[in-house]
Design a protein around this ligand. Sequence first.
Ligand code: UT7
Length: 324
Amino acid sequence: MQPCSILAGCGGYLPERIVSNDELARTVDTSDEWIRERTGIRQRHFAAHHETTAFMGTAAARAALADAGATVDDVDAIILATSTPDQAFPATALRVQAALGVKRGFGFDLSAACAGFIYGLSVADGLIKARQATGVLVIGSEVYSRILNWQDRGTCVLFGDGAGAVFLRAAASDGEVDRRGILSTHIHAQGTLGDILYVDGAVGQPDHPGHLVMNGREVFRHAVTRLAEAVDEAMAANGLTHADIDWLVPHQANRRIIDAMGRKLSLPPERVVVTVDRHANTSAASVPLALAEARQDGRIRDGQLVLLEALGGGLTWGSALVRM
Ligand code: UT7
C-alpha cells in the first residue's frame, strides 16, 4: 500500500517589529489610503538583525512539531522554501536542521519564490510516497525587507517578513478519496515570464545582493488567470466540485486577487483565510502562516477540505488540496 502524507501540524513565526502604512509613508512617497485600497495591507512585520531566515524558520518548525505532537526524532527531511537564504550554502534548511538538533536524514532549500511552499509540499508528498522520507518539515521563511528597493514605492510597500511551517508524516493510505492528508498537488512554471517579477542580483552576480523588481499589473493579470486554472485542475483531478471545499488558504499578495479567487470558488468571505492585511506579502511564508493561524484559532478543523494556492516569480504557481 502506498503511504500518504498527513498534515500533522502547523506553526508560524512573525518578527516582533510591526510597521504600519503610516510609518512607511514617512519615508516613502505613499499613503495608508493607497496601500489599503489597492492591496488590503494595513501593516507588515520587519525582521530585526537576528531574525534571519534560519532563525524564523526554526521557530516556525518548532511550533509545527509541537502542534503535531512530534519531536525532532520524527524528522528525516527538511525542505525550506525561500528567496532570501542566510547564505549561498550550506542550505538554510541545514542551519534549521542543526538548530533543531535533527541528527539524521537530509534537507535542502527550494527556490520557487511565492509558490515555494506549494512546491515544497509537492516534493515532500512525493518523497513520502516514494518511501524516501517518513517525517518532513516543509518551511517557508523570508526576509524580503532585505531585498526591497526603498526608492520603488510600487513594490516596497507590499512585502513583509516571517516564516510558516508544516510537519508531514507518512501514514498508510486506504486509497479512499476522502482519506486524510494531501489529496493532490499541481505545480507549474513558465520561465519565459521571468522578467515580470525577479530579483536583479544574487551572490553569483557582480552587483549582488539585488533588489526585487515587479511589473505589478502583469503579475496581477497572470495571477487571476493561472490561479483560477490551478483551482479547476485540482477539482478535476479529485472528482470534486467547488461546493466540496471548506476553506481556501490563498497566497497573500493582494486582497483583490484573494477576493477574486473566493468568488471563483463561490466561497463566502468567512471561508477564505486572509492575513495580507496584517502580514502583507511574505512570499513563501504566506500560505503556511495563514494556515497556521486558522488552525490555531480553531477555524480549520480536522476532516475539513482545504485548498492552498500560490503564484510567484518565475513565473511559478500551483495548488495543493489537503484534508486536515
Ligand atoms: O507575490 C507575488 C505575486 N504578486 C502579486 O500578485 C502582485 C500583483 N500586483 C498587484 O497586486 C498590483 O498590481 C499592485 C498592488 C502592485 C499595484 O496596484 P495597481 O492597481 O496595479 O496599481 P499600478 O501599478 O497600476 O499603479 C497605479 C498608480 C500609478 O500612478 P499613475 O501612473 O496612475 O499616476 C502609480 O504610480 O498608483 C501609483 N502608485 C502608488 N501610489 C501611492 C504605485 N505604487 C504606489 C504607492 N503609493 N505605494
